[in-house]
Ligand binder design. Structure first.
Ligand code: DON
Length: 303
């Protein structure tokens, strides 16, 4: 398949729409300053062929896409015991909602909403330096040094009142072991990783290769674990828009409020799109359109 030509066609078709609809995330001050008129797309096949178009090498804030790698570290380190404190059901609520936590005794619905990722991060903080471990994983997956954007991390720490509330609320149920400030410091840094579409398409390569590391060939997750991550991406990876994503795109996806979305075609390829303007659930508007075009034109879908 001529992926390079297809990605260029998608960029050419969608570029005229840049800046017309959607809003850049404004609740994190450092993200509100990102120019909206940017669009990139990149993919990597399971056998290592890469294609990219538009602003595919521009680094952006990966935000909640980091929850995918937090979960990967949690599953790698803890296996089944990870699920003692985190559910696997879609929440049907916004990613930063607190409402279910009270009636569900501080157990977050899934690892991809903020409360779930904070709970997984707590488990990681008990095991090692979670900030360093995240960069080690990402740098090894991309074969390039990956860093935090300290300005974004500080901006989140200064304004992330809901996350502070959530972490304390879970702690009141005995579901957080560590000091809340230490857990949130790791969580905010994970959200503040800077990566490009090309790097992210490479980094999630293990999800289309049954858990095998795209560069080293080592088993990062078991085949079963990798397929389970994909299933959680499909049902919970795009929050209260997960139904719309399954309907329009039909692939496991994980989004972030920086405007990035990664998607997996199991056994075939991984891709990443990025455009900062978001729809109301916090997913990239043009990113969704690009993925919809990609699956319509290639016929690639899990359904
Ligand atoms: O904690 C937050 O609210 C942000 N750092 C991450 C939220 C996010 O990316 C949700 N995505 N769509």
């Amino acid at each position: 398949m001529q992926f390079q030509a297809l990605l260029e066609e998608i960029v050419a078709t969608l570029r005229p729409e840049l800046g017309r609809e959607g809003q850049v995330a404004s609740y994190i001050p450092a993200l509100a300053r990102v120019p909206a008129a940017q669009f990139g797309i990149a993919l990597r096949t399971c056998d290592g062929h890469e294609a990219q178009a538009g602003d595919s090498t521009t680094p952006f804030s990966i935000q909640s896409i980091s929850k995918l790698f937090t979960l990967t570290l949690g599953m790698r380190e803890m296996g089944e015991t990870l699920w003692e404190r985190i559910g696997r059901e879609p929440s049907g609520n916004p990613f930063n909602s607190l409402v279910q936590l009270e009636s569900e005794h501080g157990v977050p619905r899934n690892p991809f909403i903020n409360a779930g990722a904070i709970a997984v991060t707590d488990r990681l903080v008990s095991l090692f330096d979670a900030k360093a471990e995240m960069l080690t994983l990402l740098s090894s997956l991309c074969e390039e040094p990956i860093r935090y954007d300290e300005e974004v991390a500080a901006s989140e720490a200064a304004t992330g009142f809901r996350n502070v509330a959530m972490a304390n609320f879970m702690k009141s149920f005995g579901r957080i072991d560590n000091d809340v400030a230490a857990v949130l410091d790791a969580y905010f840094h994970h959200c503040a990783v800077r990566m490009s579409c090309a790097q992210l398409a490479r980094a999630v390569g293990f999800l289309c290769r049954d858990g095998v590391h795209p560069a080293t060939g080592q088993q990062l997750l078991t085949e079963r674990q990798a397929r389970r991550v994909n299933s959680l991406m499909l049902t919970c990876g795009t929050y209260d828009a997960a139904g719309e994503f399954a309907f329009r795109i039909g692939l496991p996806c994980k989004s972030g409020v920086g405007g990035g979305i990664v998607a997996v075609v199991p056994d075939r390829l991984t891709l990443c799109v990025w455009s900062p303007a978001l729809e109301s659930s916090g997913n990239s508007l043009l990113g969704m359109k690009a993925l919809e075009m990609f699956t319509a034109k290639t016929g690639l879908s899990i359904f």
